[in-house]
Design a protein around this ligand. Sequence first.
Ligand code: HEM
Ligand SMILES: *[C@@H]1O[C@H](CO)[C@@H](O)[C@H](O)[C@H]1NC(C)=O
Length: 642
Amino acid sequence: MISSFVLLGVVLVVYAVFQVINGLRTNIAKARQSGVPYIVVRKSRETWGTYTVCRAVADSHMHSHCALQSGMANDMAILEPEWSFRELNEPYRRLGESFIVVSPGRMIMFTQDADVIRQVAARREDFPKLTSTYELLALFGKNVLTTEGQLWRMHRKVTSASFNERNAAHTFAEAIHQSQGMVDKWLRQGGGTTITSIEHDTMTLALNIIGYVGFGLRFLWPGQSLPADMDPRLKKYGSLTPPAGHSMTFAESLATVLERIVVLLLTPKKLLGILPFKAVKEAAEADMNYRQYMKEFLADKIEDVRRGDRGEGGMDIMGQLVRTKYGDKTGKEPDFDDDDIIGNAFIITVAGHETTANVLHFTLLELATNPAAQRQLQADIDRLFGDSDPSTWGYEQNVNAMLASMLGATMNETLRTMPPVVGVPKIVSRAGNPVVTASTGDKLALPADMTVILSAVAVQRNPRFWPSRPSRLTGAPTDLDDYLPERWFRTEDKAGGAAGAAAADAMADEDTEDYGGFKGPDTSAQLFHPYRGSFIPFSEGARSCLGRRIAQVEIIAALAVVFQRHSLELAVDGEGIGVGDGQVAAMGRPERAALYQRAQARCRETLRGATTLLTLKLHGSAYVPVRLVKRGEERFVNFVDA
Ligand code: HEM
Ligand SMILES: *[C@@H]1O[C@H](CO)[C@@H](O)[C@H](O)[C@H]1NC(C)=O
């Protein structure tokens, strides 16, 4: 008896070893045929970020072996989960602009070649989205982010109707209003005192805006109150205390679901109500509240629609989805059920919340760290708006000029250096070995079913596609690792390498179908135009971000409101630097500049430690303390340089 178990065990082990060796051998052969440089790792976990073990061997001559040699420490770096943002372009410099990581399981190609990126993003049939990375995000229902094929087309068609210019204008107004709420919060805490909650505050800002964009609700900052004449039903969802039948307010339940989303995604449903950990309990409570709110909200919206509400008043994506299903019958209703409505309302909130908040958070920190850029930004805001009250600013009149100013340049520079989505995951269709043309002109035949990661962080710093000058900050040969919004106005510089060998080829593949979303030009004529495929914070092609315009509008509106009357400085009184206000007051400029330099170095170091769980952000307890000061009362940023 025992011996047959042992035998079975031995057989299984032998079989597993065989599988590994065989898988590895097959994959190495495929990689070799593709013409793409590759490295071999002998063991991996299935997800692309989390290699656990092993050593990798490679040389630039497109062949490799898996011997146990020493001196391969270099390639170990890319076996760790967070390598993308930590290593940036370094592995590509050694291995090639595209390279395949071969393991016994999945093969993964990483690329920082803008030509390859453009082709992969444009050819949706050959390179569908790797939806398995997002499967978990369907927890409240299927949606436009997590589907592919025909089903995705339907979701995209229904949801993209909401992403129009009228709604962008609503978003602009709400963003201005909410940003004033954020500034007021900081001022209430005492102007000139150290703010340690900037990340949390930008998250609240983004949540409050998405509450409006997604649900037509007005969420409040602490200390604010809802208008007295408000529809009592809307009051229920906007109130600062939980209404009957709920233990959390709607905003709290949404914020907590988003904050605890990883817990919700990873804890099996059956255990959610049982496990005694604080994070799980909170997540479970938020989940229950949120589902209940969604049910009630959906019922309310359906009633509105049945009573003939056409939603002309404001913005509310969920209401618009309800109208698509329950509104005037046209005979062409999409096959969309209630779960789809709730699933999409949720995904739009997820997609639009942390991403936008991080970009704003990082932009605020970079502006505090780069005083010269902050002063230029303020000069542009003065030119555009003078001393006018932000509530008088308008989307139609102002948005283009804002995007073309330092407001747009600082936002774009953050999206370039710290894109929330560090890599866009695709997969090679099972149907064949599609060929793409690399920027070198080489034809690459990509093996079916391989994962392809379009690396935003790497291509956006790739000197082959981005013009650069020597770094004044670090002395590096290029300034592509520096935060320099002014590069967005350098129209005369040309990219270093022979970019564009494959441009004509790529154009021929272009998919000209309309998938909705904003269609305006990406940059206006007088500005620097990134080479196509080299700037992909919102991805590209049919599967690109639906909320791009909304995100841009939120970010530039918030920056304009914050910096019109205030400046943002790094705090120097905190842990590690610890210089009090009295000491600073007694310092002359050179001494202050030297002190600020320490704060700048610290902030840059903290930002380099950002990691991705869902999106690129400061995880754990990392934060950068800042101060909001009235313009004219700065201690540092009125004269300090980068
Ligand atoms: C700075 C902020 C944002 C960034 C950097 C960003 C980035 C992205 C990226 C890279 C993708 C493609 C993901 C992939 O293919 O795997 C995407 C998709 C998407 N984003 Fe955004 N996003 C932002 C803000 C928003 C906002 C504000 C909304 C909605 C209000 C939104 C809604 C969506 C949706 C619905 C998709 C899925 C589109 C589809 O698959 O057809 N995003 N976003
Ligand atoms: C920043 O990017 C946006 C959208 O891609 C574009 O409209 C704008 O002109 C850019 N701004 C600058 C200064 O380059």
